[in-house]
Write a protein that binds this ligand. Sequence first.
Ligand code: DGL
Length: 267
Amino acid sequence: MQKAIGIFDSGIGGLTVLKEIVAALPDENIIYLGDTARVPYGIRSAETVTRYSFENTQFLLAQEIKMLVVACNTASAVSLEAVKKEFPLPVIGVLEPGARAAVRTTRTGQIGIIGTEATIASKAYEKAIARLDAGIGVHSLACPLFVPLVEEGWTDNDVAALVARTYLEPFKATGIDTLVLGCTHYPLLKRVIGRVLGPGITLIDSATETAKEVAEVLGKLKWNKPVKERTVRKYFVTDTPARFEMIGKRFLGDDLLRAEQVKVGGV
Ligand code: DGL
């Protein structure tokens, strides 16, 4: 099917998911919306984030998408079920794929989760993991300073290292062997996080897991785009595109990345 895969996040974090989807499905058309005027979502109420998710989905539907990827853990944690009920298309979130990968990976039966305040407060990971294996211990922590670090492009400097050490050192005493990066911004901090925790703790990047699920669902539905058609990737943002383009280019290695500013839900 010629229509695009629609992806949204509160900002640039969802590009980690886009990158993996492109790697898994290089021929698919993709439309990405970064709600940069309203980032961060992680400090907002479930009600507000759900409204943003609805408005983002409406915008993407107007661009003729065939599938929606909610590339934001916060939005997945608090609004995925509501979005699935409201809109008539396949909707994939980032939380369940990450939880599944963590349960598959752990040997000690102790899993760490880091995410935004809203994601951690929702206990969505605890619930998803308990549904898969009720015997697993979950240790969760909100790391609210990670998102602004990534949005600033400070992903591998002394400030990032100090913040990561301060948040993550206490995890070492919990016996976890697996840590879920429960926010789509966090894979950009993988190096710094990995250095603090050391090689004994496996980092689960929900982006990779989500991309696998997108490929599976498209395959099952037989909705893949014909390879011979030209592939289009479009980026939309709700605030000025400059910083998104700068960080996006650095991150995706796409020198031609251009984003268009749009109004979504009156913003
Ligand atoms: N990328 C979003 C997530 O996955 C968080 C960023 C925000 O707080 O808006 O949770």
